[in-house]
Write a protein that binds this ligand. Sequence first.
Ligand code: GTP
Ligand code: SPV
Ligand code: MN
Length: 600
Amino acid sequence: MQDLTVITNSALSQWIDEVQALCEPDQVHVCDGSDAEYERLCSTLVAAGTFIRLNEDKRPNSFLCRSDPGDVARLEHRTFVCTADRDDAGPTNYWADPASMRAELARLFKGSMRGRTMYVIPFSMGEPGSELAMIGVQITDSAYVAVSMKLMAHIGLPVLRALGASEFVRCLHSVGAPLAPGDRDVPWPCNAEHKYIVSFQDDGSIASFGSGYGGNALLGKKCLALRTASLKGRKEGWLAEHMLIMGVEDPAGKTTYVAAAFPSACGKTNFAMLLPPEDFDGWKVKTVGDDIAWIRPDADGTLLAINPETGFFGVAPGTNDKTNPNMIAAISRDTIFTNCALTPDGDVWWEGLTEEPPPALVDWRGLDWTPEASRPAAHPNARFTVSRARCPSMDPAADPAGVPISAFVFGGRLSHTFPLVFEARDWREGVYWAATLGSEATAAAENQAATRRDPFAMLPFCGYNMADYFAHWLSMGDRLVNAPAIFRVNWFRRDEGGAFLWPGFRQNMRVLKWIVQRTENTGGGQAAPIGLVPRYDDIDWRGLDYDGQTFEALMKVDPTELAQELQGHDAWLQSFGQRLPAELSVTRQALLDALAPAQN
Ligand code: GTP
Ligand code: SPV
Ligand code: MN
């Protein structure tokens, strides 16, 4: 048993005692956050069969981990926002009564850590000690979570020092797989029967049971930095968003910061690390974050954004030297891979890493695999966890107090109707287009319908009533002196044969350049019913053979299709009932009215 005297915060000591009494672990370990501790825990995971150490020459200090096949993604239908009044969670969240949920969880957590070590992980989202940071303490019985948290957040003694005697967010996690004496452990313990990911919005605490994967288990990420922080932000006048942050440097050396929200597995990481096409001399993209942004207005009414995370938990399939060379460089060492395939020489592989698959692999479930197999070698939601310090495109100048945001970009995976890019006419229309964002299914979450609304890419992450969230965004616009411009993009439009009309990835720089120029009023463009759109000549085509006709198909907004889309928004908006801000219905009607002449 580790000496717990490093804990001087009495509320924390007391909570640790309570959890220990409830969960009955064999041992308690307070994470100091050191490199030596990380190495020790990784070795423990190797010995337990959870980690496979990868070939030291090919992938130094890296590990492969295979999850239980029933525990491979976020579980939205097991994610609950608990508020006294159901309406405070709103129609887009799964709700549960806080008292009954506490009772249910107390039953499940009772003895749930028997035979295991209980890790106490003090962590800070944002720089420890900074006014912008939020400190949490995650208690977990998963060593995989402990090592992942080391990469994804500031953890350990520096956080305890920054915490002092203050308040912290209680984050309780158990994989829900106690061991009886003599039981043999499995590589990925979890609970097949009961899974819960819960935000108690009455006292701000978080509890997660039964899953060890990603956002279900790394509680600083989606639970604290989005569900908990979004509610805090609403009360305090700031925003916690599912957004990447990037700095775009032009050839004159001026950097414009852009924040972009795309739903899960729709390209935030790729866009955040974009390498401009070769012909774009002097243009540079500098990464600040790839998943979460905390955004506050400063005294002058400028929005400042920070990335509260210190690492990436990125989608593996599709990542390669062409789609994301910066990430390929980042994960060349010191990386934890989950649910990727294993090569015979001890390296990892996934669909899309190379054009040709290797002739023989061990797949994500540990089974022999050849290219003839009809199943993927890596799970579609296979991911890597790596520190941002490894990423060559990180912005060295990113101010820890936040970077000034000049543009917001929203985009879903939409095969039709929506053009490559358009700019909303004003903040209110921008909020409208974000509130009605739709996207087609991906592998990042289970039980997801084919196409769904994903407002602001926040559907699974907003910790309160989404209608109130829309109102919060609308009111934010009123408070800003120079509100950022708002854009919608769509990299995923397809032609009649089903092929993507836009090459995407590096080529998205051409769209980004137009966006940056629009923020300086130099971008050009023309008015259309949907908003402001670039003409063919407004886009920089240097080095890409992309003809005007294809561009026309890519940018086409069919008035009848758009009217149908807007008609379809009615039911969506009405689903929020009385709490929906009237501005959104008014905006919808104005957009429809503007279309009427074009339809005749
Ligand atoms: P989360 O980590 O789940 O929040 O997602 P993310 O938005 O960071 O997702 P990520 O960047 O990992 O998205 C990966 C998926 O988007 C892969 O399927 C990519 O192939 C696809 N993708 C990214 N950029 C583009 C693009 O420009 N064009 C096309 N067609 N696909 C893209
Ligand atoms: C997402 O699903 O949006 C992710 C991955 O970023 S997870 O952390 O698992 O939620
Ligand atoms: Mn995400």
